[in-house]
Write a protein that binds this ligand. Sequence first.
Ligand SMILES: [Zn+2]
Ligand SMILES: [Zn+2]
Length: 244
Amino acid sequence: MERSVRALARILGGGVRTLIEAALPVACAACGARLVAAEDLPLCADCAASAVEAGPAFCLSCARERRTPRACARRDHLALRAGFTWNEPLRALVHAFKFGGAVELAAPLVDAVLDTAAFAGRPVPDAIVPAPLHRIRRRERGYDQAEALARAFATRTGGPLVRGLERVRSTRQQARLEAAARATNLAGAFRPAVAGADALAGRHVALVDDVVTTGATVHAARDALVAAGAQSVEAWCVAYEPLE
Ligand SMILES: [Zn+2]
Ligand SMILES: [Zn+2]
């Protein structure tokens, strides 16, 4: 019922949508408790307090190879700034954001991420580039969640949003594949977008994705950015799920 009201609100647009949404009961995305006050993120106080930060930036490439990820200076490796670990309430929030049509959660998610230890003292990048969906997936979903996050990062940090990558192939659902198969599935999945070429050469790039698990997606995207002449790349994400 609520879904159909929201869909109607979206069709009606602007002011009517605001009125209809104001009349809806708002529930915590993680536990379902009714929220007494309007929050930027739909979480009750208990669920919000249970979010676990991922900690300072670390080397994702070393972590994938099961080496110590915090003391790496290799230029061919990829550093990751992740706001949170991939547990509740982040799963519920990202699920609503990614699959539930709640694209408006991009800005408050990014606000929460920028407050974490991983982003303390971060540089302002020359370009903020989303790891995009394939255009077919984007059309199915109606928006690209990585691009929505990258736009929010750009607004909040002052770095320019650059749609510098295209996904060449519509890769199979990553969740169904083992780690090794994911890397193979994604190799060559991205290429520099023609429109972004000038904005990447010689630049320090922040590469944005929603959730990083094996790191196969961001490594494949990083390779395409380096091929386009990027001076350096670090990955930014909302949540990180370490390998088992
Ligand atoms: Zn809750
Ligand atoms: Zn490393």
